[in-house]
Design a protein around this ligand. Structure first.
Ligand SMILES: [Zn+2]
Length: 257
């Protein structure tokens, strides 16, 4: 893992500098330099799943030529999910829904409908807490396994896919994944559809990032996303892009056998 290498290199530099400082060749203030770099690299990487810093996530297809992409929706199911399902059906597209346990409890029928319509169901923790990044590995395992059990009770399948809330990764999450053996799915196109309110701006932001093999991250949590999704399908058709399921794009299994 990259973070182990960076830890090792920073500790090595720190050790060497300490020896030099001890021999009064340099000031002890110099020791702050590797500590500062370690802090910067570690904190930026915790928020950027695409760096594959703490764990290996699937962020896009290796095939960067074929005009195929996949769509993913996080944080549902919600009252907005049925319209997203209708738009996907009208466009004959299969997507992946990374669902939150407590939302599934609120909308179990919508989760079943998404599954029966041929979409993939992924795990997005039970509570999607902003504190998820501070949880112990055991607590994260509990978040993942309780959600997996709930999904299985409704669709009779064990999802093998996990997306960490907010895309935040750290050594505890890496340890939890090592135990649950989920495949971690990141993204290459972040729509920011929960932040950008202007539908036109949102559509343009997604459109300019579309490339062969990309994984698009959206949220089935607003009318806005559904409206932009309709526009996106028009664009994809004009540009001859095909929307394919995530497991086909990445050539992986979405469920445990
Ligand atoms: Zn989320």
């Amino acid at each position: 893992m990259k973070f182990r290498i960076v830890n090792f290199v920073c500790l090595l530099i720190l050790g060497l500098l300490f020896i030099f400082c001890w021999q009064k060749e340099f000031s002890f203030w110099l020791l702050l330099i590797p500590i500062f770099f370690w802090l910067i690299i570690t904190s930026i990487s915790a928020f950027e799943i695409r760096f594959n810093y703490f764990l290996n996530a699937y962020n896009r297809s290796n095939n960067k030529v074929e005009k195929v992409i996949t769509l993913t929706f996080d944080d549902g199911p919600t009252e907005f999910t049925p319209r997203i399902l209708d738009i996907l059906e009208q466009n004959n597209a299969k997507a992946t829904f990374f669902c939150i346990g407590k939302q599934i409890e609120n909308f179990p029928k919508i989760l079943i409908k998404a599954h029966q319509s041929g979409h993939i169901i992924g795990n997005h923790t039970f509570h999607h807490s902003p504190k998820n990044g501070f949880y112990s590995a055991d607590k994260i395992i509990d978040e993942i396994e309780s959600t997996n059990a709930l999904i299985e009770s409704l669709i009779n399948k064990k999802t093998a896919l996990f997306r960490p809330p907010f895309g935040v990764t750290n050594p505890h999450i890496a340890k939890a994944i090592n135990s649950t053996k989920h495949k971690v799915i990141g993204w290459s196109v972040r729509s920011l559809d929960t932040v950008i309110e202007d539908e036109n701006k949102l559509f343009l932001r997604i459109k300019k990032q579309i490339k062969p093999g990309c994984i698009v991250l959206m949220h089935d949590t607003s009318e806005r996303t559904a409206n932009v999704l309709e526009q996106l399908f028009v664009f994809l058709q004009e540009e001859n892009y095909k929307v394919i399921p995530l497991n086909d794009l990445l050539k992986i299994e979405a469920y445990e056998n």
